[in-house]
Design a protein around this ligand. Structure first.
Ligand code: KIV
Ligand code: NA
Length: 266
């Protein structure tokens, strides 16, 4: 199966919804890959993998290491890597150096960065130099220290208009797709109708051109989750139950059993 390309993603605008999940490790990528058009190496690895309080401390080194693992574990999905906070905001040149490093060190095909009108010149700079960019508007977690939290965005008319303007700016700058996160639904519908590229919703709308979720959230691996998360499994509960069963058997000397032991020769 040939790997998805950026033009193939763009052609899905208004068509069959795009399926995207985050992935951080090779084995998880391998399991998700046949079912996903895109895998996002999200900077959500801050909380999901590293137990950090926000995505602010994430480094390029962390994104490159996990990005390479996800590329190694996948064959079909387009792999998109988040640009971490502090690696792209200062200038288009800084963004290019960081994004080029991520693509060169991982083999991924695209990056994602947060921001709207202020980041549009940077998006254009990267795209014109060969780096496909996915935008991310609405609730932008890297801006938590400005926003003051992770609440839904766009509840006032001014904020709603700003988010739509942000999405338009990023789309017109050449983004191949835009994540819309944590907004009241009509904003996501308006943006999806207003921009030429596919929109990928998370806490947005089923009318978006695709959806993304954090894989640990949808598997039931993470304790605190947002309203927009749907749990498709309880892996957390199943892992705890497996550990409990193992502990019981170790203490009862029921593990290892004869099937796990090497018989002596003759
Ligand atoms: O880091 C992440 O997982 C993301 C998705 C929630 C879109 O940016
Ligand atoms: Na992210």
């Amino acid at each position: 199966m040939k790997r998805m390309t950026v033009p193939a993603i763009v052609r899905r605008k208004g068509g069959e919804p795009l399926v995207m999940l985050t992935a951080y490790t090779a084995r998880t990528a391998q399991l998700l890959d046949p079912h996903c058009d895109m895998l996002l190496v999200g900077d959500s690895l801050a909380q999901v993998i590293y137990g950090l309080p926000s995505t602010v401390p994430v480094t390029l080194e962390m994104m490159a290491a996990h990005g390479a693992a996800v590329v190694r574990g996948s064959y079909h999905a387009l792999v998109v890597i988040d640009m971490p906070f502090g690696s792209y905001e200062a200038s288009p040149e800084q963004a290019f150096a960081s994004a080029a490093r991520l693509l060169k060190e991982t083999g991924a095909a695209a990056v994602k960065l947060e921001g709207g009108e202020a980041m549009a010149p940077t998006v254009r700079f990267l795209v014109e130099r060969g780096i496909p960019v996915m935008g991310h508007v609405g609730l932008t977690p890297q801006a938590v220290n400005v926003l003051g939290g992770y609440g839904a965005r766009g509840r006032t008319p001014e904020e709603a208009a700003k988010i739509v303007a942000d999405a338009r700016a990023v789309a017109e700058a050449g983004a191949f797709a835009i994540v819309i996160e944590g907004v009241v639904e009509p904003i996501a519908v308006t943006i999806t109708q207003a921009v030429a590229c596919p929109t990928i919703g998370i806490g947005a709308s089923a009318q978006c051109d695709g959806q993304v979720l954090v894989v640990d959230d949808m598997l039931g691996m993470f304790e605190r989750t947002a309203r927009f998360v749907k749990r498709y499994d309880d892996l957390g509960g199943r892992i705890a139950a497996a550990a409990e069963a193992y502990a019981g058997e170790v203490k009862a000397r029921a593990f290892p059993g004869s099937e796990q032991l090497y018989p002596a020769r003759d």
